[in-house]
Design a binder for this molecule. Structure first.
Ligand code: KIV
Ligand code: ZN
Length: 393
């Protein structure tokens, strides 16, 4: 590990928004008890901030936030508000009981949103941002400001709004790529620009919030870290609006596996990644794709003969992280038509068989015939093959 990566200045705060941005996407809605259960799991995982909901959006959201604020410990509990007095008051009331409450206020800053969504001028947006942050500060010390659609906002205006939000009392400045439009080099340059051009930037924590419309949310978040972001907003399994948000498990493992490169670290207990991913899938009924990085069923599965052979000699040949480090029990050698003799022999030994050369050859031939017919050959199939060949020792 690079010596610089463990310094406090290089700590990246993980802000999980599975219960807000994730939950508001199709197929992911959760009941209040489910949200509470998942919030406990997020605290155990070690996230720094749990965005629990958007209290002004529904009574159910308000109730869920209230329960989480009262019960869940070990993480800041954040709630979302537009720069409206009613939204902000709803956040403050729902957060009563939280040890570390945060109010997260946002307003769109891009020309497209200003003109077509808000019907506001630059000056009016600036004024509302300052009003929203100031009002939120009357209820909470910890206030985050988000410039919605920041990546399509004129950089000089974005810097001006961010500076005004800081002066009004915001501590965290979130720069959302709301529609997943940016690229890694562009977002890195924007974070560098903001660091140099926002008045008061040295006192602020800059945050990235990337959507995945072009499949770049994780890459863009990592690039934002290179540009100086020290908070990343993400969700378990990458759930979220449209194509989702930055996947927490991928971002965290990229920082860990490539710590020498990124010089940044989180406080996530990575062994809880798979259990937390599974819990979310069970709650929402939304399965993760088989080949999903880190938490997908194939993430540590090997079928090809060449790969299985390599793995038997040294795991590092085809694995860049240990399955146990992210919460899997072990790597999986999938026995199928691409598997070779060495992997078959290894699996048979694990099942308690020690075959002579000739017996192994005959079982291998029978295995290949069976594997042509079946997608996966299970342990019970292998046992039947060995017993059928009368080769048991
Ligand atoms: O994507 C976005 O811009 C958001 C903000 C409300 C933070 O989710
Ligand atoms: Zn979002």
């Amino acid at each position: 590990m690079n010596p610089g990566s463990s310094s406090p200045a290089n700590r990246v705060r993980i802000f999980d928004t599975s219960l807000r941005d994730g939950e508001q996407s199709p197929g992911c809605s959760m009941t209040s008890p489910q949200k509470l259960r998942f919030a406990h799991a997020l605290a155990e995982l070690g996230v720094d901030v749990i965005e629990a909901g958007f209290p002004a959006s529904s009574d159910a959201d308000r109730d869920a936030v209230r329960a989480i604020a009262r019960e869940v410990r070990g993480a800041t509990v954040a709630t979302l508000a537009r720069c409206h007095a009613g939204d902000i008051a709803a956040c403050a009331s729902a957060l009563e009981g939280a040890v570390h409450p945060r109010i997260h206020v946002f307003i769109s800053t891009s020309p497209l949103h200003r003109e077509h969504k808000l019907g506001l001028s630059r000056e009016q947006v600036l004024e509302r941002a300052v009003m929203g942050v100031g009002l939120a500060r009357q209820y909470a010390d910890d206030v985050e400001f988000s410039a919605e659609d920041a990546l399509r906002t004129e950089p000089d205006f974005l810097a001006q709004v961010c500076g005004a939000a800081l002066a009004a009392g915001a501590r965290t400045l979130n720069i959302p790529d709301t529609v997943g439009y940016t690229t890694p080099s562009e977002i890195r340059a924007l974070f560098e620009y903001l660091h140099s051009n926002v008045i008061g930037a040295d006192e602020a924590i800059f945050s990235a919030h990337c959507h995945n419309d072009l499949g770049l949310a994780v890459a863009n978040s990592l690039a934002a870290i290179e540009g100086g972001a020290r908070q990343v907003e993400c969700t378990i399994n990458g759930i979220g609006e449209r194509a989702g948000n930055c996947a927490l498990e991928e971002l965290v493992m990229a920082l860990r596996v490539r710590s020498g490169y990124y010089e940044a670290h989180t406080r996530i207990d990575t062994r809880r990644l798979v259990p937390t991913s599974r819990l979310l899938s069970r709650i929402t009924g939304m399965a993760v794709q088989r080949n999903k990085a880190v938490v997908g069923q194939n993430a540590f599965a090997h079928e090809s003969g060449i790969h299985q052979h390599g793995m038997l000699k040294h795991r590092g040949t085809y694995e860049i992280m240990a399955p146990e480090d992210v919460g899997w029990a072990q790597s999986q050698m999938v026995m199928g038509r691409h598997s070779g003799r060495a992997a078959l022999n290894d699996r048979l030994q694990a099942l308690g068989f020690a075959l002579e050369e000739a017996q192994l050859n005959s079982v291998f031939a029978a295995f290949k015939t069976l594997a042509e017919k079946k997608r996966e050959v299970f342990d019970a199939d292998l046992e039947a093959l060995v017993l059928g060949a009368d080769a048991r020792v």
